[in-house]
Design a protein around this ligand. Structure first.
Ligand code: PEP
Length: 253
């Protein structure tokens, strides 16, 4: 049985005081029960303090990005081992903002995925199509290219120790959410593509939905058979909003 993962991507928001307050509110309000986990991904400078605060609580900590290199002359980059060192268990790789704004290619994302796992981090691999790609009918081809880049380099067995997030780019930060059926169609496709290589890995794979998920639409999305949680941007910045999504996940377990 797959567990839900409710993951907050704080992006480039918060201050040290605001992040301390936000994680305190989340720790206090996480619903009790089994079958789901809650993760926060603060900006790099706040990770260590947030991880310290979350230690011993039900809240997991991750990062939003990572270098594909282990160490050395890479000014401004953060190595996977450094993230482990400060308490991260997860790291987002291939977020559409990284791909679109910073030009990360699928090959680079695959290298980050491999480097993260080598350091003991669980990668959350983001895939998703733009509005133009959806309207051109190429959604599945786009997702396949992004997935295959990782499968080709890391292999299907590596996916067993990872999470996938389907994030339609047109739904991120726009207030436009994919309908549960639209999301389920793509999630089913992703699982089937993995199943073609290894049914057990596909069956255990947590596939999150991301794109304007909030308390009001979470139950419908999380009720779909192939949706195993959410990667949440805007609604992860207020404890009450984020906890409403966690409560929707808890209610379904
Ligand atoms: C995201 O950035 O991963 C995201 C899903 O953002 P939002 O929830 O704001 O659409």
């Amino acid at each position: 049985m797959r567990e839900f993962l409710i993951a907050g991507n704080w992006k480039m928001n918060a201050t040290s005081a605001a992040s301390a307050e936000l994680v305190a509110g989340i720790i206090d309000g996480v619903p009790s029960g089994e079958g789901f986990s809650v993760l926060v991904c603060p900006p790099f400078p706040y990770i260590a303090a947030v991880a310290e605060q979350a230690r011993g609580s039900a809240v997991l900590v991750g990062a939003q990005n990572v270098s594909e290199h282990a160490k050395g002359a890479f000014t401004g980059e953060v190595a996977p081992s450094m993230l482990r060192d400060v308490g991260c268990e997860y790291v987002i790789v291939g977020h559409s903002e990284r791909r679109a704004i910073y030009g990360e290619t699928s090959a680079q994302v695959a290298a980050k995925f491999v480097a993260a796992q080598a350091a003991g981090l669980t990668p959350i691999l983001c895939v998703g199509e733009t509005l133009d790609e959806r309207e051109a009918g190429t959604t599945e081809a786009v997702i396949d290219e992004q997935l295959d880049a990782v499968l080709d380099v890391a292999g299907i067995d590596a996916l067993a120790a990872a999470v996938i997030a389907y994030e339609p780019v047109w739904a991120i930060g726009t207030g436009k959410t994919a309908t549960p059926e639209q999301a389920q169609d793509v999630h089913r496709h992703i699982r089937a593509r993995l199943a073609a290589q290894n049914e057990a890995v596909a069956g255990g794979m947590r596939i999150l939905y991301g794109g304007s998920m909030k308390g009001e639409n979470a139950a419908g999305l999380l009720g779909q058979p192939d949706i195993d949680g959410g990667l949440i941007g805007g609604a992860s910045l207020k404890a009450a909003d984020f906890l409403a999504i966690a409560a929707a996940a808890a209610a379904q377990k």
